[in-house]
Design a protein around this ligand. Structure first.
Ligand code: C2O
Ligand code: CU
Length: 471
């Protein structure tokens, strides 16, 4: 499903309208050229979805506009989005724009950047799509429950000059914990999931259903936008018989390269754009297998049609133009260690007493010794001026994997366990292995409180979240 936006309003029309409403909006002058305003409405509400398919009954879900995944929002770089969210849920909600660099007030974090949107109420998000790439949106209120019930969707921001491909395809990977009637098990936020690997499900879906095969043609060039919206499942995808090339990560272009050992590693919240020159024989099938350390299983087959599209791969560049993300200055940067602790087989620097105190509050994880209970009313771990460069040494002192997400920024991954990170990619979510250290750097942008948290949503609910304050 793709939303067609309402007739575009010009920036001038927008300005006149907001002025009439008395809205005080600080608009950078450089952006007052003719940005196109794209209007969307999203209605999160209870719905049904055929996740599993016959003979199983449909699954009761929460969905944006009745669709799993939510409607694909597609805009051009430089467009201004105006998204009205009308809450049709029996619970409060918000919408967070994962990976976008936007004004803090539009970041959608309940209790931090806005009050939750009550049932029946409406909230309008409005921001510019500064960067091209693959992004996504989801609630940031009771996230562990609301994403698990089905609330998430993809936002594609097209480049000024997109790659030349035969097809641009979005694959939303999700993981559900269903019972025999294909109903969602409502054991959200239990202590077992919280203190271990998060809520792993038993049903993996691609674009909202258990897939069998995805039809391609031999010689066809796909741009495959992989988005992991699962609460906790990490995917390690091996493309049998194919050589995928990574061209972007969390939306931001990287030097085109084959993934290490041919495996595309995708933690919760992460996106990877691949180019695939389909190489299988006409009429054949190749499997895409998840080989993350546990029982490997087939995610989907590529099924090659009888008629090849072309003999030799398309002769076109795989290099995307970079986004206008400011480059951090390492020499003058503010530096901070960010230590993640807790979980089973973990422990805390503060000793068993600190661990016990945390568990008494129903929490399991801490960042620099403090566990966030979700109201986010803790002192920030760092306060910096906008424009200042920041280097964070992330230290995973736990026995678990954690995809660490920073709101509102794209950071460079510089090092992992002291070794330079290949391609030093820009990212908004970086997967840390147990006991791993990672050095990231970015320029603090935009006054406000920005979350830094684990995107295993049960870990986040269990305290693994902190605030970075930009002033
Ligand atoms: Cu994708 Cu704090 O979120
Ligand atoms: Cu985690």
């Amino acid at each position: 499903t793709r939303l067609v936006s309402a007739p575009a309003l010009t920036r001038r029309a927008f300005l006149t309208r907001s002025a009439a409403l008395g809205a005080a909006l600080a608009l950078p002058l450089s952006r007052v050229h003719a940005a196109t305003v794209r209007d969307f409405t999203l209605t999160p509400a209870p719905a049904e979805a055929a996740l599993v398919g016959a003979p199983h009954p449909p699954t009761a879900v929460w969905a944006y506009d009745g669709s799993i995944p939510g409607p694909e929002l597609r805009v051009r770089r430089g467009d201004r989005l105006r998204v009205a969210v009308e809450n049709g849920l029996p619970a409060p909600t918000t919408v967070h724009w994962h990976g976008l660099r936007l004004p803090n007030a539009m970041d959608g974090v309940a209790h931090v950047t806005q009050a939750p949107i009550a049932p029946g109420e409406r909230f309008v998000y409005e921001f510019d799509a500064q960067d091209a790439g693959t992004f996504w949106y989801h609630p940031h209120y009771a996230s562990a429950e609301q994403l698990e019930r089905g609330l998430s969707g993809v936002l594609v921001v097209e480049e000024d000059e997109p790659l030349r491909v035969d097809r641009d395809v979005v694959w939303v990977l999700n993981d559900w914990r269903l019972d025999r009637e294909a109903a969602i098990l409502e054991d959200f936020g239990n202590g077992m999931d919280m203190s271990h690997a998060g809520r792993l499900g038993n049903t993996v879906t691609l674009n909202g259903r258990i897939p069998d095969a995805f039809a391609v043609s031999t010689g066809e060039r796909l741009r495959l936008r992989l988005v992991n919206v699962a609460n906790a499942r990490i995917f390690a995808l091996r493309f049998e018989g194919e050589l995928p090339v990574v061209v972007a990560r969390d939306g931001h272009p990287v030097a085109p390269h084959e993934p290490p050992e041919g495996i595309v590693l995708l933690g919760p919240g992460m996106r990877i754009d691949l180019v695939l020159d389909c190489a299988g024989n006409p009429g054949a099938r190749n499997s895409i297998v998840d080989v993350f350390p546990r029982e490997p299983y087939r995610v989907v087959d590529l099924a090659y049609g009888e008629t090849p599209l072309r003999q030799d791969p398309l002769d076109a560049s795989l290099v995307l133009a970079p986004n206008p993300v400011p480059e951090p200055d390492l020499a003058s940067a503010e530096r901070l260690d960010v230590v993640f602790e807790g979980g089973m087989m973990g422990g805390m620097r503060g000793g068993p007493g600190a661990m016990r105190a945390m568990i008494m509050r129903g929490l399991a994880w801490a960042v620099n010794g403090v566990a966030d209970d979700g109201m986010h009313d803790l002192p920030p771990i760092l306060t910096v001026e906008s424009g200042r460069s920041v280097v964070l040494d992330l230290v995973n002192e736990t026995a678990w994997w954690h995809p660490i997400h920073l709101h509102g920024h794209a950071f460079r991954i510089l090092e992992r366990d002291g070794a330079p990170e290949p391609h030093a990619p820009l990212a908004d979510t970086a997967l840390m292995a147990p006991r791993e250290r990672m050095r990231i750097a970015f320029v603090a942008e935009g006054a406000g409180d920005w979350l830094l948290h684990c995107h295993v949503l049960e870990h986040q609910a269990g305290g693994m979240s902190a605030i970075l304050r930009v002033v």
